[in-house]
Design a protein around this ligand. Structure first.
Ligand code: NAP
Length: 319
């Protein structure tokens, strides 16, 4: 089969289209003919090989050589212990931890997958798993979003933000999105009530307060975020600068004790809410924002586009 392979850490130039062996599913796995896959921030980290990703995937060179976690495709073979799926089922899910998505075939355990609604394209399905779960778990599980709140999303024009605004609108939230100037028109058109260009305005210093902040960049100090929260407000980070995340982890409980403001961190529960996303999609309440789709041999170009931060919504590859 064809796959995008890397054998050393680096820029997207180290990604090569190669012929490799088709994977064989174990007894508890299915083999999926992959039709679409999307790029996540985690893929970029694993490609570039920062320290944390090297600890996970090999200090000197990558152990897992095919990246890509969010896949959608059709089941082509089934291990003998698989109960939930049948041959021909159209499925999607987040395979991070095993990766292998930038390829014509991939294996997955049944708990990593959900059935894809018929009306959902493979590209739409591949856009959903990681960003969609972070948006739901950030707003619902950690943020306890409720009706009529003022929400700010920092890093709003990428994967998580474009799902989060659609979910927040179901609660009648007034949503402010922060991103660069190139994404603000797209963000307005998809329902953000207010947009802020982070290169021109610091939302933590503009005098406004928010009931809930969902942050995908975590690039400011925790006291800045606390200042931007209204009384009883909740700040939820899904990721970003490691130093800032550590700060949130250590100082968050203190801030909660002295100020009635909450600082929370999302630990992704992979694929937990895919059934809920299916319901929202089928009810016409969620529509993934797709950048692309690119072809499999264009994955290096797609990574460059993603790495430059030029993408809007999710960068998707059709296989
Ligand atoms: N918690 C967990 O368990 C877990 C698991 C997996 C992933 N994650 C995290 O989830 C996040 C992925 O989010 P995503 O898919 O939405 O990423 P994304 O698609 O890259 O979107 C991030 C957006 O933030 C914008 N941005 C960059 N710098 C900014 C700044 N200073 N202020 C405001 N916006 C800025 C980017 O635009 P420009 O760059 O063009 O300016 C981009 O539009 C990452 O932080 C990742 O580490 C967490």
């Amino acid at each position: 089969m064809k796959a995008i392979v890397y054998t050393k850490y680096g820029t997207p130039d180290v990604l090569e289209l190669k012929e490799v062996d088709k994977p064989i599913p174990k007894d508890n796995e299915v083999l999926i003919k992959v039709y679409a896959v999307s790029i996540n921030d985690w893929d970029l980290g694993l490609l570039q090989g920062d320290l944390i990703n090297r600890l996970m995937n090999g200090l000197l060179k990558p152990k897992i050589k095919i990246l890509g976690s969010d896949i959608a495709g059709r089941i082509e073979a089934i291990g003998k212990n698989v109960k939930k799926f049948q041959l021909g089922d159209e499925v999607y899910g987040d395979l991070s931890g095993r990766w292998g998505g930038f390829a014509e075939y991939s294996c997955a355990r049944e708990n990593e997958l959900a059935l894809k609604p018929v009306a959902m394209s493979f590209e739409e399905a591949a856009a959903i798993p990681q960003a969609g779960m972070l948006a739901i778990q950030g707003l619902h599980d950690k943020g306890q979003i409720h009706s009529g709140q003022k929400l700010l999303i920092n890093g709003a024009g990428g994967g998580v933000g474009t799902f989060a605004v659609q979910i927040a609108k179901l609660y009648g939230a007034e949503v402010t999105g922060v991103d660069n100037s190139g994404k603000l028109d797209m963000m307005r058109s998809m329902g953000f009530d207010h947009v802020i260009n982070y290169k021109q305005e610091d939302f933590t210093k503009n005098g406004h307060c928010y009931d809930l902040i969902l942050d995908v960049k975590t690039n400011r100090s925790i006291s800045d975020y606390a200042r931007a929260l209204c009384s009883n407000g909740i700040y939820v980070t899904v990721g970003g600068s490691m130093v800032r995340l550590l700060q949130a982890l250590i100082l968050g409980p203190w801030i909660s004790m002295i100020s009635k403001k909450n600082i929370r961190i999302v630990g992704l529960k992979q694929n937990k809410d895919l059934a809920f996303m299916n319901e929202l999609f089928e009810a016409g309440k969620i529509k993934p924002v797709i950048d692309g789709p690119y072809k499999l041999d264009e994955v290096p170009k797609a990574f460059r586009h993603f790495g430059e931060g030029a993408h809007k919504g999710k960068v998707v590859i059709t296989v």
